[in-house]
Design a protein around this ligand. Sequence first.
Ligand code: ZN
Length: 321
Amino acid sequence: MFINKLISGSIIAYACVASVCVNASAQHQKKISITFDDVPIHAEFILPAQSVKDINHKLLQTLKKYNIKATGFVNEGHLKNDPQLLQSLLSDWHEHGHDLGNHTFSHMSYHKTDLNTYLADIQKGAITTQRVLGKQKQKFFRPPYLHAGDTPEAQHMLDKGLKESGLRLVPVTMENADYVFDAPYAAKLQHKQLSAATSYKQYLEFTEHRLDFYENASAKMFDQPVPHILMLHVNQLNADHLDSILHSLQSRGYHFQSLENTLEHPIYSQPTQAFKFGIHWLFRWDKSKENKVNWAKEPEPSAEAFAEHQQALTTLNNGKL
Ligand SMILES: [Zn+2]
């Protein structure tokens, strides 16, 4: 209590145990790891190769500006028709110091397939990535749709299969439904509509609401700040507006750290129940234990935003790009 008071008064405080003193404020720092799914491109609709290159380039430049070492979860299958581009983009991520994890080859749902087919798709999805990583082994796995096993047995078998492949399943504690806002934004940009500006503003506002909610949920669930893992997707919307999101996280007091460091925190070793639907781990931990958070209040994109997303996909997939 005394130490906390000192910290809130911005005085550097030290906690001393058996003559070993550590900077107590460092223990209470807000920390976050940035992760991207669907590297090198989220593939709800087809984009020209040049757009894919530009999106990756912009994301990497923004991450560099904030000196962030991120982790990208790769779907090699999304660029299976252009292996050269796939290898060159993955090399860019690697050369910028980011880690490359696995996200299956074909963005497969574990809840809709058997374990062996799923594990084979994971192996298939590591070929180009491993070539890029060289001697460095791929360590991390993020399941598409956050489908991590819909029964305790399925969950256990996946963990076992991943461990045998040297992979660790990586949770998500914060996400902002970016894919819902991306397709309308991309469609409007393509048609040079000024309303693209409103799409991205809605996205950034929604991101703030989600961050507020997750921060409050974490404060209810844990007695001190825990390191978070933010999940974003590789898309046009984030390429153009990642800077605003990272700036907001910094303004909220977050320090960016590597996924390895975040996963060392004991919360990431907690078991959870199996869930039939894909959901982040704050929900899983809370529902599996004390149920302290009113999850019905978690902000969701509006019905209009979902409808606009569907409509934009139809436009984009009808070859109007
Ligand atoms: Zn994905």
